[in-house]
Design a protein around this ligand. Structure first.
Ligand code: NAI
Length: 216
């Protein structure tokens, strides 16, 4: 039974990784796993895993470990993968098209319902099975389809204004790739700013440290 009230952001950020690893185990036909085995796979301590999962009510049994499929189902449920949040994507350039094509929205609780771009030359072009619509159509689309998540793949200049407008149209959550750290003051709005370059910089830092260690 989940008891997810005030769960820390760091625990929540680890859940997708648990979900992914458990999915791999399920694919390999593994039915149960101890926290020690899971910790070795995930490079976390067993006590960290027990602590994390206890935030949601445990799931494990002394002497048995975790039932892989049930634990994955529970975590998936907490993450909302069994939902079908209507989602729109704004900006059908290189990045927007790649995300629309390569992110499996359906297995992550989202249904990509519409793709929009300000460039009229892209209107009608299809990405996968979805035709790109002109941004002029967003308002009407939102009134009819009630999307709640927006993926922003637009240049940073207009991101804040566009996001504010989308909030007025009912968008509750932003997956924002626009290289602008979006902040929304309205209560009840969630933002996930994504900067792939930040991940690369953590790697360059670590690579840099390797070089220093070799020099010593
Ligand atoms: P792109 O130039 O190929 O595509 C941008 C698209 O947005 C164009 O089709 C353009 O017509 C459209 N657009 C511009 N203003 C718009 C508006 N107000 N409403 C709707 N559509 C609009 O650029 P690309 O490569 O797809 O990159 C998009 C953005 O994502 C850029 O700002 C880029 O810096 C950023 N980016 C962010 C990454 C990250 O890790 N966060 C990684 C790669 C790119």
């Amino acid at each position: 039974m989940a008891k997810n009230g005030n769960i820390s952001t760091s625990v929540i950020k680890r859940l997708p990784r648990y979900y992914r690893f458990l999915g791999e185990l399920e694919k390999q036909g593994i039915e149960r796993i101890s926290s020690r085995e899971l910790s070795e796979m995930m490079k976390l301590t067993a006590s960290q895993i027990r602590q994390d999962l206890n935030c949601f009510g445990g799931f494990g049994q002394q002497g048995y470990g975790y039932h892989v499929a049930s634990l994955r189902d529970e975590i998936g449920h907490i993450l909302g993968v069994d939902k079908e949040f209507p989602t729109i994507l704004i900006g059908a350039g290189n990045l927007g098209k790649a995300i629309a094509m390569h992110i499996n929205f359906g297995t992550r609780g989202c249904r990509l319902a519409g793709i929009f771009d300000a460039n009229p030359r892209l209107t009608g072009e299809t990405v996968g099975s979805i035709a790109i619509r002109h941004t002029d159509e967003i308002e009407e689309f939102c009134k009819e389809e009630h999307p709640v998540i927006a993926v922003l793949c637009i240049p940073k200049a207009n991101t804040q204004a566009i996001a504010d407008k989308l909030v007025e149209l009912g968008i509750k959550s932003f997956w924002n790739f626009s290289h602008y750290d979006l902040t929304i003051d309205h209560k009840g709005i969630e933002v996930e700013n994504v900067h792939l370059g930040d991940s690369l910089l953590t790697l360059t830092y670590r690579t840099n440290q390797l070089g220093k260690a070799e020099d010593e």
